[in-house]
Design a protein around this ligand. Sequence first.
Ligand code: NOJ
Length: 505
Amino acid sequence: MTRHMDSPWWRDAVVYEIYVRSFADASGDGVGDLPGVRERLPYLRSLGVDAVWLTPFYPSPMADGGYDVADHRGVDPLFGTLADFEALVHDAHELGLKVLVDVVPNHSSSEHPWFRDALRGVGRDRYLFRDRPNNWQSTFSGPAWTQLPDGQWYLHLFASEQPDFNWRNPEVHAEFLDILRFWLDRGVDGFRIDVAMGLYKAEGLPDVEDQAFASVSPIWGRPEVHAVYRDWRKLLDSYPGERMAVGEVWTDDPADLALYVRPDELHQSFNFSWLQAPWSPAAFRKVIDDTLKTVPFATWVLSNHDVVRHRTRYGTDDPGTGLARARAGLLMMLALPGSVYLYQGEELGLPEVTDLPPESRQDPVFKRSKGELPGRDGCRVPLPWTPDGASYGFSADGVAPWLPQPDEFRTLNAQNQAEDPGSTLEFYRRALACRRELARSVPYALEWLESPQGALFFSRGSLTCAVNCGSDPVRLPPHESVLLSSGPVEDGVLPPDTAAWLRTS
Ligand code: NOJ
């Protein structure tokens, strides 16, 4: 299946995730904001992405970096104003970039007016209050229940400042349809749905033995959730343009993902099996095969604001190896059929920051686990834009960013990389430009080629992708020319931890 003119934009889009508080700070308070994003839109245009996904910028006490939403229809002053948001959407559209926003339907902030009412005993049925807790644990560690002074308990699958909604109450359903309308009316092109396999819990909230994110359990993946997405799909389809939704669905089984992307439900769901796969040809091949067999329109993602950056994940003990693999992994991902989600900073080859001082860490995972789990701050460190200044151009000069940046960020800054043809940033630009030109005109179907030990060769029409995950160099398959490679390729030999795109006849 080749890309036809009438194929919707999202099917093979490259979407760039902006973790707003760490992208660029225009107001000079040390926290990234919407005007900061707006100023940097030309950077994203020249990087070559098709769309941006903005993480929550709604009014929030920031107990979970904004995923604790107190008002789903506003902008927190920390991030700007509604007018700033509208200006951002306007400029993005002028530049040909689509804009996705995060919708957080599983829970609200404990400062949400509905929850404040509930605390006074009004409308508790919008949340999950019980006289006795069950044995569920918070995903952020510790119990999933908090007791109020009047004796009742409320459920929160995440932080205690994030009470779970009761989706069996039709008021919740109606409220979210209205929230989606609010942002669709302001021109957004789609939504990223937080905890998309949450929302409904099994009737009676039974105890569980194992509560890992799973296909279907009393906590996750209840079949009732699909009716919600059918209604959301109808709403999205009722708007002009190709509005879409992508669900955050954590599962090991692509068959689960397929349920969320049935033709009358969500357009896409994240494919986290890809980022969970180790640096191994067999593991990559299995995820690719399982995905393409089961999911109608594939997505691929290597990093986001919740996981260790893939340069470090692939890094063993040697940062050079991690970077080489990260670049090779990108080329492999961009050669696959479907759409790709990038996470801010991966285009600079940023590593996970593993040595943040405990007092600077803000993730509730770190706090709730009493420091036992490092949490996710290490992938959320503000971006370095320039070689100089207190925050390498992230904030105004002299302003400390909300998380400290390591010295290494000085050399990884975007400005220097833009001037260096060998940089990771320039490599990303070339790869995205090449994908735009070529990969979109090749067939959707992928064919495996015979590959030497440790390597993976596949082709889509006249494009062949060769990746060497092993420790010995391998010979490239027959080809007319090398279009692009993630590292040096000479005399038809592909070194370890390197990928190449080849043109074949
Ligand atoms: C998934 C989000 O990506 C994560 O950052 C957040 O902590 C949880 N959902 C809870 O909203």
